[in-house]
Design a protein around this ligand. Structure first.
Ligand code: 5GP
Ligand code: ZN
Length: 117
């Protein structure tokens, strides 16, 4: 069921502590951890502890937790002293989504081109 932990979901397992990750922040509703394949000096994923397939589904069902994810993204950027940073929600396989549990990428620490390509 939406919002419930999924047995086959990597990020549910990280949120539950069943798979190790380099966790940088945790709140009652979110976990932030370093991406295993970083694309920038700071590349942190912020996830809700509840399982939704993507950010839009999360925002529709749990808007307060979607806001928590954004607040945590800002805190990650502050902790890494990023003046500029990018928050990305890949949504759908055509946009590069590979993990079907909502997550924000927080990227910074290098120049970020726009449009991203
Ligand atoms: P997506 O492509 O779905 O937007 O992002 C998924 C991200 O999860 C990718 O950037 C990928 O490197 C990262 N990732 C995949 N498996 C793991 C893992 O086991 N641990 C961590 N920390 N990150 C992972
Ligand atoms: Zn999940």
């Amino acid at each position: 069921m939406a919002g419930e932990p999924q047995d086959d979901c990597l990020f549910c397992k990280i949120a539950e502590g069943h798979i190790p990750a380099t966790i940088v922040r945790e709140t009652g509703t979110t976990v932030a951890f370093r991406d295993i394949n970083p694309q920038a000096p700071t590349h942190v994923l912020v996830i809700p502890k509840v399982h939704y397939e993507n950010a839009a589904e999360l925002a529709a069902a749990e808007p307060a937790i979607a806001a928590d994810v954004l607040r945590e993204a800002k805190s990650v950027a502050e902790e890494d002293k990023l003046e500029s940073y990018r928050i990305v929600f890949n949504t759908g396989s055509g946009a590069g989504q590979t993990v079907w549990h909502a997550h924000a990428h927080v990227l910074g620490g290098r120049g970020l081109h726009w449009p991203p390509g």
